[in-house]
Design a protein around this ligand. Structure first.
Ligand code: SF4
Ligand code: SF4
Length: 256
């Protein structure tokens, strides 16, 4: 293998996408973002044509904001932590493909519109209501075990890798996706989130809700934060069933 590698990028606008190749020099510690920056400085493709610079999204550059999520060799992940050398070594090929996510509306090149994920977080009330209770002093104690569970759930960066990999997320479905379900678990575990627990559970009932998960478990395999998504789906599945029974028999939730 020589000292160069190829970026094969699926780029363009909706209805007009095409593959374009760029040849670059192999250097230690390059990541996908730094290579895209190099292309931006001098956007000449492999045919020697000067082209429009590739468009991508980035934010924190430390796998916290999720904005640079794309398909690298077909796998959903963050471009900032996709290091070139290990990818070439793992595949034995010096061609690396980059493509935008397919489950979100395409804007241009590698940028998609992830608004739907944030809308789903709104739908599930993925926050704690500020009711002024902070003036009463410290809130209820949270056990170490619950804190540990909550911590990992709180690392979700709404990157969309889980929805991208999920076969139930597609044009034909309104499935809310695994990340908002896991956020319902997070905020329902919080003692200060009990007031809106029932509303969160109700947002997971019906069309597009938790029952549309087919348990393929792709989501948990691609989550960069190793969030136990299938465990969250199982826990919330039980909570939703229990809430449905309470609603049928008009039973008040004692914790709320
Ligand atoms: S659950 Fe994981 S894969 Fe899904 S949006 Fe959150 S961080 Fe990304
Ligand atoms: S387990 Fe459910 S949410 Fe996860 S990929 Fe499968 S269908 Fe999608």
């Amino acid at each position: 293998m020589d000292n160069s590698f190829i970026f094969k990028i699926f780029r363009g606008t909706p209805g007009n996408q095409y593959w374009e190749e760029f040849e670059l020099e192999r250097k230690p510690f390059l990541n996908v973002i730094s290579v895209l920056m190099d292309i931006q400085k001098d956007p000449i493709n492999r045919k020697g044509e000067r082209v429009e610079p590739v468009v991508w999204e980035q934010g924190c550059l430390e796998e916290v904001c999720g904005s640079c999520s794309i398909l690298v060799n077909g796998r959903p992940r963050q471009a900032c932590t996709a290091i070139i050398e290990p990818i070439i070594k793992a595949t034995g090929s010096n061609v690396i493909t980059l493509a935008p996510f397919t489950k979100f509306p395409l804007i241009r090149d590698l940028v998609v519109d992830r608004t739907q994920m944030f809308e789903n977080l709104k739908k599930t009330k993925a926050w704690i209501e500020s009711d002024g209770s902070h003036i009463k002093g410290f809130g209820p104690k949270v056990s170490q075990d619950v804190q540990e569970t909550m911590y990992v759930l709180s690392t979700c960066m709404t990157c969309g890798c889980c929805s991208e990999s999920c076969p139930q997320t597609n044009d034909q479905s309104k499935f809310i996706g695994p990340a908002p379900i896991s956020q319902v678990r997070l905020f329902n575990l919080n003692p200060n989130g009990q007031g809106t627990k029932r509303e969160r559970l109700k947002s997971l009932m019906g069309e597009g809700g938790i029952s549309e998960c087919g348990n393929a478990q792709n989501c948990v395999q691609v989550c960069p934060k190793k969030i136990p998504l299938t465990e969250s789906i199982a826990v919330e599945g039980r909570e939703v069933s229990s809430q449905m029974m309470k609603d049928i028999f008009n039973i008040e939730d004692r914790e709320s």
